[in-house]
Design a protein around this ligand. Structure first.
Ligand code: GAR
Length: 192
């Protein structure tokens, strides 16, 4: 039997994408939600992860991330509302094994405040993107996108909620496909 890929999810906030990923992995048994890492002890997502019986760690220093990954044998990292930029020295050896979800149709609107920027530009649609993480922020290979209409009277908050619903479908879909093609042939991330 081939071992299932072990996934670490990195969060900074609410953790709604994290929860969607964990529930999808549990439902389909195609990967193991092995660890949730937050860069702040105040992230509400930590409690959500604990309620779902996934081990959590709060890590604020890059060397500590390396140590935890080596203890936990992680194959793939999913950034899910993780608002810290990972050091190139962390990303480079793990190229192709870190995914991120971003609330825009990349390459449009990398960075922050994506919904306000789409509204200001008068766009008729926006969406979300799952991409591979590279040293250049929000520029890595695009694995999947979902489109969302922008309607008259939309605010950033309304748009954020509409996009988030699509994120919760997109991220598990992309990760499931990624995990299927991935196997565990390349070994744990700590050995990168
Ligand atoms: C999501 O909309 C995600 O796309 C965004 O933060 C939100 C996290 O929500 N990520 C970024 O902006 C990364 N640059 P969640 O904590 O409820 O999943």
């Amino acid at each position: 039997m081939t071992a299932l890929p072990r996934i670490a999810i990195f969060i900074s906030g609410t953790g709604s994408n994290m929860e969607a990923l964990i529930r999808a992995m549990r439902r389909g048994c195609w990967a193991v939600p092995a660890l949730v890492v937050s860069d702040t002890a105040r992230a509400p997502g930590l409690r959500r992860a604990q309620d779902l019986c996934v081990p959590t760690r709060v890590i604020t220093q890059n060397p500590d991330i390396e140590r935890v990954l080596s203890e936990t044998a992680i194959d793939v990292i999913c950034l899910a509302g993780f608002m810290r930029i990972l050091a190139p020295s962390f990303v480079r050896p793990r190229a192709g094994r870190i995914l991120n979800i971003h609330p825009s149709l990349l390459p449009k609107y990398p960075g922050l405040n994506t919904h306000a920027r789409a509204l200001d530009a008068g766009d008729s649609e926006t969406g979300c993107t799952v991409h591979l993480v590279t040293e250049a922020v929000d520029k890595g290979f695009i694995l999947g996108q979902r489109r969302v209409p922008i309607r008259n009277g939309d605010t950033s908050e309304i748009l954020s909620e509409r996009v988030l619903k699509e994120e919760h479908k997109l991220y598990p879909d992309v990760l499931r496909r990624f995990a299927r093609g991935y196997g565990c042939a390349t070994g744990p991330l700590s050995a990168a």
